[in-house]
Design a protein around this ligand. Structure first.
Ligand SMILES: *[C@@H]1O[C@H](CO)[C@@H](O)[C@H](O)[C@H]1NC(C)=O
Ligand SMILES: *[C@@H]1O[C@H](CO)[C@@H](O)[C@H](O)[C@H]1NC(C)=O
Ligand SMILES: *[C@@H]1O[C@H](CO)[C@@H](O)[C@H](O)[C@H]1NC(C)=O
Ligand SMILES: *[C@@H]1O[C@H](CO)[C@@H](O)[C@H](O)[C@H]1NC(C)=O
Ligand SMILES: *[C@@H]1O[C@H](CO)[C@@H](O)[C@H](O)[C@H]1NC(C)=O
Ligand SMILES: *[C@@H]1O[C@H](CO)[C@@H](O)[C@H](O)[C@H]1NC(C)=O
Ligand SMILES: *[C@@H]1O[C@H](CO)[C@@H](O)[C@H](O)[C@H]1NC(C)=O
Ligand SMILES: *[C@@H]1O[C@H](CO)[C@@H](O)[C@H](O)[C@H]1NC(C)=O
Ligand SMILES: *[C@@H]1O[C@H](CO)[C@@H](O)[C@H](O)[C@H]1NC(C)=O
Length: 570
């Protein structure tokens, strides 16, 4: 049976196990206790194979982050001078002593690692539980979710040979447990009876103005001034990333374009990029609402931009899938310049070390000139979904300072929606680019919500866009769906169209957006000053209110394409 670890036990266990070289072991990461929502239900079978990801310490990640802000800050003389793939690898490659130390450790234990990144900063090892227990002086166990009954193999503590401290950043999955509530659909709300299509009316926003339903590409074009004219630069790309068995049907896209974009070729194609053996099966039974939404509101708004559908095979751990996605994009010579992701996890379920390491992978993409756009979550201040809470639950990756997070609005004139995820990180401190905007908000907030949020944390979302009752074709049927899942691809499409104009004028793409958004870009957004995201508390009574300027409900506001063109210098 399992026994709780003490440091002494961890130090002794290699001797007990009899590893080839009896190195002193040192606890590397540990939890105080089993995470709430889980109970320990037994030892893991020694033969079960674990697929572990090992992060090696990079030689100069601080230098990479400094370079990221140098090239993404409009006032910098290096603004827009995105780093090359090899420039980034020069920062992220581990030192040779690190590589040697880790390789010796693996070979002493008869293990072969797969090098997962061009820089060599991530390794993959497939090992049976018995071997993992031996090399990490740990005791992988079965934990059962008290919410769903699902089991997961994790540990409360693991050790490394002391000569590897400073060389290995972390091993995953170990102490980061999945959300005990399991996989939840990313869409906030779904209405199965659509209103009459707004595309039939002379004002494409007529129904939205009436009662906030029936959002379409034509209304978004009218509302934000998004051009319908086709993009012209072939090298300009936009991608949507899909997880957890979400597939998009070509036939649904075809129907969607015929209905909502009669001015474009209904056979417009998309490229499929598979990660972790992801697929995109094409029978109507396979259609997924999130995938249909994301594909239709990128191809359908970013007219003629080369769109890639990234399908990530579910391997039991969403965070590993996110990591593999980042590392796959990092390995591409020409990654798509904009990537929209409408998935996330409550920050409380992600260890600070894993969150930081993955956020730093996003920094590498930002430095290459990739705009990473994430939805802010659909539970207001209560996390990814509406949940009871006593303090606010931020979401990840929304809280990563090196990506752009999008909240949701509704109606015209626009107001913030109650489900719009927003708040402040408990892991990442406030980045300097949002210092002035967030400080101004906190001054307005005064003593409201004291003790419920972390005033020193990175505030999110950064911006927002409409997110209610988007008309989507799914398995041949028109549905209306709501969530920040609608807002992220809409904003990503705006960025992709701005990139097309920039490239056509011989200028660099926008890349990592936030230093621009909070400075020269801020005035190109429609400030949202009505609405709140109260969701926490026994009856969902606690939360934030919109305010003039940035707020943790609607961010800086919604995009105005014409003003953005001016702000980017066109
Ligand atoms: C590691 O790779 C070598 C060379 O491919 C092979 O001979 C050896 O059996 C592998 N060891 C393990 C433990 O898989
Ligand atoms: C919104 O208005 C449209 C058009 O009149 C109508 O068909 C639809 O049922 C209304 N929806 C709601 C939720 O009121
Ligand atoms: C579109 O993007 C994909 C993936 O990046 C790429 O393979 C393809 O060549 C691109 N198509 C064009 C026309 O540039
Ligand atoms: C998209 O792909 C289909 C099937 O491969 C093909 O018939 C169609 O011509 C393509 N459309 C365009 C616009 O290239
Ligand atoms: C993908 O499939 C191959 C062949 O079935 C398998 O060897 C590999 O482990 C799979 N990769 C992942 C990440 O599931
Ligand atoms: C928050 O907004 C909702 C509408 O989204 C509104 O019904 C509610 O009254 C607002 N809460 C407060 C405290 O103003
Ligand atoms: C608040 O956020 C900071 C990072 O800005 C973090 O170091 C600190 O631990 C957080 N406090 C709590 C109570 O989570
Ligand atoms: C502070 O809370 C009050 C009452 O809950 C609310 O009316 C007010 O708008 C809040 N102020 C800010 C800046 O959120
Ligand atoms: C929550 O709502 C229930 C039912 O409306 C009510 O009985 C209860 O007092 C409320 N609790 C709080 C803390 O407001």
């Amino acid at each position: 049976m399992f026994s709780h670890f003490s440091v002494a036990l961890a130090l002794l266990s290699p001797l007990v196990m009899g590893t080839p070289l009896r190195r002193a072991m040192q606890v590397h990461e540990a939890l105080q206790s089993t995470p709430s929502g889980y109970t320990l239900t037994g030892a893991a079978s020694p033969d079960t194979v674990l697929s572990l990801r090992v992060a090696l310490v990079q030689n100069n990640i601080d230098g990479l982050i400094e370079a990221l802000y140098d090239v993404s800050t409009p006032s910098s003389s290096n603004y827009g001078k995105w780093l090359s793939k090899s420039d980034v690898e020069a920062y992220t490659a581990p030192e040779s002593e690190t590589v040697d130390a880790v390789n010796s450790w693996l070979s002493e234990n008869g293990l072969n690692a797969t090098v997962l990144t061009p820089a060599g900063d991530w390794l993959g090892i497939d090992v049976p539980v018995s071997k993992a227990n031996e090399i990490l002086a740990t005791d992988f166990s079965v934990f059962t979710s008290s919410v769903t009954g699902a089991t997961t193999i994790r540990t409360l503590s693991y050790s490394l040979p002391s000569n590897l401290i400073g060389h290995v950043a972390l091993v995953h999955p170990t102490i980061t447990f999945p959300n005990p509530s399991g996989i939840k659909p990313p869409i906030a709300r779904e209405v199965s009876t659509p209103a009459a299509s707004a595309s039939d009316l002379s004002d494409p926003c007529a129904i939205v103005k009436l009662n906030g339903t029936a959002m379409t590409p034509a209304c978004l074009q009218e509302l934000y001034g998004i051009p319908a004219t086709p993009a012209t630069v072939a090298s300009n790309g936009l991608a949507v990333a899909e997880y957890e068995y979400e597939y998009a049907e070509e036939s649904d896209l075809h129907t969607f374009l015929q209905t909502y974009r009669p001015d474009v070729n209904p056979n417009t194609n998309f490229t499929v990029l598979s990660i972790d053996n992801g697929t995109n099966p094409q029978s109507p039974d396979d259609a997924g609402l999130e995938a249909s939404l994301d594909l239709q509101y990128t191809v359908g708004i970013a007219t003629n931009v080369n769109t890639t559908f990234i399908t990530v095979g579910y391997n039991g751990d969403f965070l590993t899938n996110l990591l593999d996605t980042a590392n796959t994009l990092i390995a591409l010579d020409s990654p798509p310049q904009v990537v929209s992701t409408s998935y996330g996890e409550d920050e409380q379920y992600v260890s600070a070390s894993f969150a930081t390491t993955l956020c730093n992978a996003y920094a590498q993409l930002g430095a290459r000139g990739v705009s990473l756009i994430f939805s802010s979550g659909d539970g207001g201040v209560s996390g990814n979904h509406f949940e009871e809470c006593t303090t606010f639950n931020p979401t990840f990756p929304s809280v990563c300072p090196h990506i752009t997070t999008v909240g949701a609005t509704t109606l015209i004139p626009e107001v913030a929606v109650d489900f719009s995820g927003g708040g402040f990180s408990n892991i990442f401190p406030r980045p300097s680019y949002q210092d002035a905007a967030v400080s101004a908000y906190l001054t307005l907030l005064g003593s409201n919500d004291t003790g419920l949020y972390n005033a020193s944390g990175r505030g999110y979302p950064d911006v927002s866009a409409q997110g209610v009752d988007f008309e989507v074709v799914n398995a041949g049927e028109v549905l209306q769906v709501s969530g920040t899942s609608c807002s992220a691809p809409t904003f990503a499409s705006v960025v992709a169209l701005l990139n097309d104009r920039l490239l056509a004028s011989g200028k660099p793409t926008l890349g990592f957006l936030n230093p621009f958004l909070y400075s020269t870009g801020a005035s190109a957004f429609n400030d949202i000053t009505s609405g709140n995201n109260t969701a926490c508390g026994t009856n969902g009574t606690l939360g934030f209110f919109t305010a003039p300027g940035w707020d943790p409900v609607s961010g800086l506001g919604t995009p105005d394409f014409a003003k953005l063109l001016t702000a980017v210098g066109l």
